[in-house]
Design a protein around this ligand. Structure first.
Ligand code: NAD
Length: 448
């Protein structure tokens, strides 16, 4: 996932006259952004080149939050807003602790007027709470205008999304001051975004649009995944169905690929947020409608792990499977399910650090100690190593390593019969069958 800081990093490329300072309380992250060999804290194609060009010129990284606030005219609040783990709304509503403390800090240290931009994904009307905090705590003579400017980037294509966005959305109060603030931020984007793609709307519409966009995207995935279950049961092929429905110009071809389910931190969190918002507004039918998108995703993940278990002779206890990627929670759910079947799992991920994988697994398997997890899980240095002497390969992500690997060599090194489960529709199943694999593909029925 590409943290939203990437937005401002991209801005430095297009606006050399604007100085951008990224401040974060997390020293390790800032050190990584400043590292001499560009070992950045996140991976995103093209990001390193942008940081190499701009760092030290008009892009700076620091833990001196107060200085950052005092020097800035425009402040983007891009802190994390995870789903609440306890208290009112636990499991659904967004935890706004970090938004609140960042806002309080701005109010406490700002000694001149600021435009505060809400960049984090937040529930509708959060800007109102931020305004209350800022106005109640500001110094005389300082004024704050609040804008909502949600981020629509997608992981993996963040840089191109930001450099050539479908649209930029800016929400403001419809007062003369609010509109002026909105115009100032529009002018920044206008350095590289055509004016007709900069949409200016009311604050609450802007906040709701972000949740709505993610809910609609996730709904498309859940819809196609629901159809993939019907395909498997009937002998239809989800790729043929998606391709054919995508030709309808009212539907369009994008985001119609069946998969093992959506992961990452944004879709689920944002829909749960919408569910909570609907419930708080006493709209239980609306809440139930959106909740079903998340439930279908959970069903798809468990359906896929059940396919693996059923195919491997109803039990995978003691069997060895390999899976890719961990930061994507669909892969983590699969590994958790396999561990509960007491299978041995080898993970390969070309980008996620080992420490992160262990942390994700520990969080997903709270009933197991890390030592117990490590007895069943191995992290492999390459896709080929991950497949050696395994009975099954489970593809949970679209990393190119799985497409480019030499499947003849993989087959030669695997225990027979050798199984491949393609949860992302990235492999040529026919070619693999010719090599000798037994192949199961999501959304494809065996019956012809
Ligand atoms: N990552 C994405 O692709 C994406 C896309 C769209 C929207 N968003 C939204 O953007 C927000 C941030 O996402 P992210 O992925 O960058 O999160 P993140 O967790 O990677 O980064 C948030 C950072 O904020 C820092 N922080 C927390 N409180 C602070 C404070 N008071 N002062 C200074 N720093 C503080 C943390 O140390 C952390 O490094 C979330 O609301 C998310 O929903 C993310």
């Amino acid at each position: 996932m590409a943290p939203v800081k990437v937005t401002k990093i991209c801005c430095t490329l297009k606006c050399p006259h604007i100085r951008v300072t990224i401040v974060d309380l997390n020293q390790a992250r800032i050190d990584a952004w400043n590292s001499p060999d560009y070992k950045l804290p996140i991976y995103e194609p093209g990001l390193e080149e942008v940081v190499r060009q701009a760092r030290g010129r008009n892009l700076f990284f620091s833990t001196d939050v107060d200085k950052g606030i005092q020097e800035a005219d425009l402040i983007f609040v891009s802190v994390n807003t995870p789903t609440k783990k306890s208290g009112v709304g636990a499991g659904f509503s967004a935890d706004l602790t970090y938004v609140e403390s960042a806002t309080r800090r701005i109010a406490a240290v700002a000694n001149s007027s600021k435009i505060v931009v809400e960049k984090s994904t937040v529930p509708c009307r959060t800007a109102e709470s931020m305004r209350t905090i800022l106005e109640a705590n500001s110094k005389p003579g300082t004024r704050f205008d609040i804008l909502s400017n949600p981020e629509f980037l997608a992981e993996g294509t963040a840089i191109s999304d930001l450099l050539r966005p479908d649209r930029v959305l800016i929400g403001s109060l419809q007062t003369p001051e609010g509109k002026d603030a909105c115009a100032s931020l529009s002018d920044v984007y206008a350095n590289w975004v055509p004016r007709d793609r900069i949409l200016t709307v009311g604050l609450w519409s802007s906040e709701l649009t972000k949740l709505a966009a993610n809910a609609m995207l996730a709904q498309r995935i859940s819809s196609v995944n629901a159809l993939s279950a019907i395909c498997e049961a009937t002998g239809a092929n989800i790729e043929e169905v998606s391709h054919a429905i995508g030709y309808d110009s009212r539907i369009g071809p994008k985001f119609l690929r069946a998969s093992v389910g959506f992961g990452g931190s944004c879709f689920q969190k944002d829909i749960l947020n919408l569910v909570y918002l609907s419930e708080s507004l006493h709209l239980p039918q609306v809440a139930a409608y959106w909740r079903q998108v998340v439930e279908m995703n959970e069903y798809q993940k468990s359906r896929f792990s059940k396919t693996v278990v059923d195919t491997l002779f109803n039990t995978i206890t003691g069997k060895a499977a390999d899976t890719g990627d961990t930061r994507e929670s669909a892969a983590i759910s699969l590994v958790r399910d396999f561990l509960s079947e007491r299978a041995y799992v080898t993970i390969f991920d070309p980008k996620v650090e080992e420490a992160q994988i262990w942390q994700d697994l520990s969080e997903a398997c709270p009933s197991m100690t890390l030592e117990a997890i490590k007895k069943q899980v191995t992290i492999a240095p390459s896709a080929l190593d991950a497949c050696k002497q395994k009975e099954a390969v489970v593809i949970a992500t679209e990393w190119k390593e799985f497409k480019e690997i030499n499947w003849e060599t993989v087959y030669a090194q695997m225990t027979k019969p050798a199984f491949v489960f393609d949860g992302r529709l990235i492999l040529d199943a026919e070619k693999l069958r010719k090599i000798g694999f037994t192949v199961k593909v999501i959304g494809r029925g065996d019956r012809l």
